[in-house]
Design a protein around this ligand. Structure first.
Ligand code: 5GP
Length: 191
């Protein structure tokens, strides 16, 4: 039987560059799988149902909550986001390392439920830089950016609950750092 994979909670404020780091990590690490979340937010241009997210209505999301389909879920900037439980469990049972790219509150729920997971919090070099990145992305209107900056200030107060804090100054360096943290954790568990 396969050894169970490692569950990695990967969080940080919106706009910090989690997605960019993630794309590189997935290319470099063949044993790593990204969990695809469900969300009630509208798809951005280029996003596809089932790839970036499962885009669902509020009613469908509520039904998933009632049917206990989520490992965790959270409301974030007026929308709901949740991690489908069964898919994650299946991949872990296949021996794959599963990474959850989720916001901070959802991350804390997973830390409670799965205390043996590896948890990583990505921080920006500064809050000014975070705002520049959010505005530079050009995907959200002003009021949404303001909401996300407000959320970011609160989120940053939870860094101490996570195993590791990684600064995203240069993407390549952050990717190397996270991959080495995952390897170190695996070696620790295998020894
Ligand atoms: P975005 O709308 O920019 O795709 O995502 C907004 C925030 O929700 C990001 O911080 C993202 O990591 C987080 N997020 C994505 N999927 C989930 C999920 O399943 N659960 C939780 N709690 N947060 C999620």
């Amino acid at each position: 039987m396969n050894k169970k994979g490692l569950l990695v909670v990967y969080t940080g404020c919106s706009g910090v560059g989690k997605g960019t780091i993630m794309k590189e990590m997935l290319q470099k690490e063949s044993s790593l799988r990204l969990s695809v979340s469900a969300t009630t937010r509208d798809p951005r241009p280029g996003e596809t149902h089932g790839k970036e997210y499962f885009f669902v209505s509020r009613e469908e999301f509520k039904e998933m909550i009632n049917n206990n389909k989520f490992l965790e879920y959270a409301q974030y900037a007026d929308n709901f986001y949740g991690t489908p439980k069964d898919a994650v469990e299946e991949m872990l049972n296949q021996g794959l390392n599963v990474i959850l790219e989720i916001e901070v509150q959802g991350g804390l729920q997973v830390l409670e439920k799965c205390p043996d997971c590896l948890s990583i919090f990505i921080v920006p070099p500064s809050m000014e830089e975070l705002e520049n990145r959010l505005r530079g992305r050009g995907t959200e209107p002003n009021d949404v950016i303001e909401k996300r900056m407000e959320a970011a200030k609160t989120e940053m107060t939870f860094t101490n609950r996570y195993d590791y804090v990684v600064m995203n100054d240069k993407v390549d360096t952050a990717v190397e750092e996270i991959i080495s943290l995952i390897k170190k954790e695996q070696d620790k568990r295998n020894s």
